[in-house]
Design a protein around this ligand. Structure first.
Ligand code: PMV
Length: 321
């Protein structure tokens, strides 16, 4: 029987969340938490089972959903693949993931891209990265409204991606120049929907157009310098730029008391940079520190967070296993 398995890393946004929706670049990084899609060819209606959430549903051959709305993104993927001229085989898909949901860590993009890669393998066709980002982002539209595409790009490419909406991945770094610094994620444990803060920032940008335009220029400059620092291995500068970026995000109204407490505790424990990652108002904080301070930081953040983890940066994005 025709069978395929694909995995995809999650992601954090190092710089540029929200600003990327209204025109700036973003710098996003894959993380070593994974979503996995196991697909076997089968008859219609197709069956989807999500291991962690217990969600189960079916999709008919004419792409009607029999089950919860959480499987809508999969129906959207199938509909786009059909619109590209492929015949759709029926299937049974088992989805599993260790990426926390609604925390800004790319869980929905990782599931969409892992499903897409495995399903296209069943069809007998491999998509290039650009088309895979486009396809996965269609599922993200169901989940988030009008996403910039940065989440899909980050998980599909792996490593660290410099991205702009409409342009795609401008450049990708697969290897970091030094390993005496560490990235740590601390999750506030506050779940939120991406589209709510995104809509608020869009309203703010319309109300204070001239101020937002200056902030957008500032963010673009922060990202240019961050990208140079990253390539040079100048992580002290990178950390300072993360702190500047957190200030700009706070000005947009997407930080929160829980985020700021983690950010400040991390900095007081010796972090060189700390900022929210993703849509904000909850979700996760990304912390950059010298490796010799990492244990102290992890200890101190544990009491303020639902979980804390040192992350590695996988060089590969979504792929078959
Ligand atoms: O879904 P999240 O929390 O990873 O946020 C995505 C990043 C935003 O810039 C806030 C939205 C977008 O579409 O780029």
């Amino acid at each position: 029987m025709n069978k395929a398995v694909a995995i995809s890393p999650g992601k954090v946004i190092l710089f540029g969340e929200h600003f990327v929706v209204i025109g700036s670049k973003a710098l996003a990084m894959a993380i070593d938490l994974y979503a996995r899609a196991e697909i076997k060819e089968s008859s219609w209606p197709s069956e989807i089972i999500s291991k962690e959430t217990g969600i189960k549903g079916k999709i008919t051959k004419d792409l009607k959903i029999l089950g919860p709305k959480e499987i809508e993104p999969i129906a959207r993927l199938l509909s786009v693949i059909r619109s590209w001229g492929y015949n759709l085989p029926g299937f049974k898909a088992i989805i599993s993931s260790d990426i926390p949901i609604s925390s800004g860590l790319g869980s929905s993009a990782a599931i969409a891209s892992a499903f897409s890669v495995a399903y296209m393998k069943i069809i007998g066709h491999e998509l290039d990265k650009k088309n895979l980002v486009t396809l996965s982002n269609e599922a993200e539209k169901v989940t988030h409204g009008n996403p910039s595409g940065v989440d899909s790009a980050a998980v599909v490419y792996g490593g660290i991606s410099l991205y702009r909406k409409g342009e795609g991945v401008i450049s990708n770094i697969n290897e970091l120049p030094r390993n005496d610094y560490s990235f740590i994620i601390a999750d506030t444990g506050v779940k939120r929907k991406t589209y709510l803060p995104v809509n608020d920032v869009i309203s703010l940008s319309k109300r204070f157009r001239s101020i937002l335009s200056l902030m957008l220029d500032a963010e673009d400059r922060v990202i240019e310098l961050a990208y140079e620092s990253l390539k040079k291995g100048d992580y002290e500068t990178l950390g300072q730029l993360m702190n500047i970026n957190q200030g700009l995000l706070n000005s947009l109204g997407v930080s929160s008391r829980e985020i700021e407490e983690i950010v400040y505790e991390g900095r007081m424990a010796g972090a060189v940079g700390a900022k929210l990652t993703g849509a904000g108002r909850g979700g996760a904080v990304i912390v950059l520190c010298r490796s010799d301070t990492e244990n102290e930081i992890i200890n101190r953040l544990s009491s303020l967070s639902s979980w804390v983890k040192k992350i590695k940066i996988p060089p590969y994005g979504t792929h078959l296993v």
